[in-house]
Design a protein around this ligand. Structure first.
Ligand code: BT5
Length: 327
């Protein structure tokens, strides 16, 4: 019913709508209308009430609830079902459970904050409440498990495109999962896969994007390496509008990837990664490898030429760009 009352109030944004009219149109008592209006106020909606004229919606909160997102969503299937929480350990863990229990492709889990937001390799993702975006999308691609790293590249391109379309800025991608503005991390991706040898059951696409953080809000240890869209754009960000861009780009790039394979995707990725020819140090499974990045291959692995001229394929790891890397 929240949905229906909001829709009615939004139909006539500047005019009052009488309690009687609402109760008539929704076929509920006036007391029920009054209770739901109070409920909406508790959720952060500013509703003006006048005994003579009725109710008028003044302002909606920037919450990432289905109530707020559904009316502006432009996707065909991603985010048609949104599971919203004020707090979760991790949206990825919640989405994983839901997917195990049969949740469908395109369902999205969003939390306003995470207690144990996860990065890769057990690292922590700083996730304070109501400022940023923490979401996980359930995908069920019919591809072989060895192609799963391409889903990370796909999500990176989609996130970078969403940031660009939203802000006009040009984010770069750092292999495999960092989205950078001015060399600082504005978003990170954590993709988790549930599969058998030859079949993927599902992929959980986890995206954390810093939207409304000020510099001093970041913990000291990551302050110099992190940024937010608010810092870069110099104005507060309406989170739901950014989310609308992000879900649309994810749907678009996932569709392109499934339909056309990796070629178009890898081209878009290369345009944003600027990795060819760069001197890098890669830490992979505890081993540090120094070399020149050659490319990513058609499975999404990074190809390095080490100092002794040998080529190495790296499937997972952390990259440091460094002009001064010693060979
Ligand atoms: C990542 O890991 O970059 C993946 C982050 C994915 C977070 C999303 S939020 C929704 C979903 N649910 C989850 O539980 N996770 C996903 P990695 O490449 O390992 O980077 C982690 C490192 O980034 C940390 O060790 C910090 O140095 C740094 N970091 C932590 N929080 C950050 C933040 N908010 N912004 C920028 N850098 C951060």
């Amino acid at each position: 019913m929240d949905d229906e009352i909001l829709q009615l109030l939004r139909e006539s944004p500047s005019a009052f709508l009488s309690g009687e009219e609402i109760s008539h149109r929704l076929k509920v008592s006036r007391t029920a209308v009054w209770k739901r209006i109070n409920h909406l106020r508790n959720l952060g909606y500013e509703v003006e009430a006048s005994t003579r004229s009725g109710y008028r919606l003044i302002q909606s909160p920037d919450l990432l609830t289905p109530l707020e997102i559904k009316p502006i969503l432009k996707t065909n299937w991603v985010g048609k079902k949104i599971h919203h929480f004020h707090s979760l350990d991790s949206t990825n863990s919640k989405a994983y459970q839901l997917a195990l229990n049969g949740a469908e492709e395109g369902e999205v889990v969003i939390a306003e904050s995470q207690e144990k937001g996860r990065g890769r390799l057990g690292r922590h993702w700083f996730s304070p409440p109501f400022l940023n975006l923490y979401l996980s999308v359930i995908l069920r691609p019919k591809i072989s498990p060895h192609q799963a790293p391409l889903i990370t590249l796909m999500a990176a391109v989609a996130t970078a495109d969403a940031i660009q379309k939203f802000s006009g800025l040009f984010p770069l991608i750092k292999w495999p999962n960092d989205i950078l503005l001015r060399d600082r991390k504005v978003a990170g991706l954590l993709n988790e896969i549930h599969s058998e040898m030859d079949r993927i059951h599902f992929v959980i696409l986890g995206i954390g994007a810093n939207l409304n953080m000020d510099e001093k809000m970041f913990p000291k240890e990551i302050r110099a390496a992190a940024t937010s869209l608010k810092i870069e754009m110099g104005r507060p960000i309406l989170r739901k509008v950014f989310l609308q861009f992000l879900l649309l780009e994810l749907e678009r790039w996932y569709t392109i990837f499934l339909r056309e394979g990796s070629t178009v995707l890898l081209k878009a990725w290369r345009d944003r990664a600027h990795i060819k020819g760069r001197r890098v140090k890669v830490t992979s499974f505890g081993e540090a490898i120094v070399g020149t990045a050659i490319d990513v291959d058609s499975d999404g692995a990074l190809i390095l030429e080490t100092t002794n001229g040998k080529r190495k394929r790296i499937v997972a790891g952390d990259v440091e760009y460094n002009r001064k890397v010693k060979s």
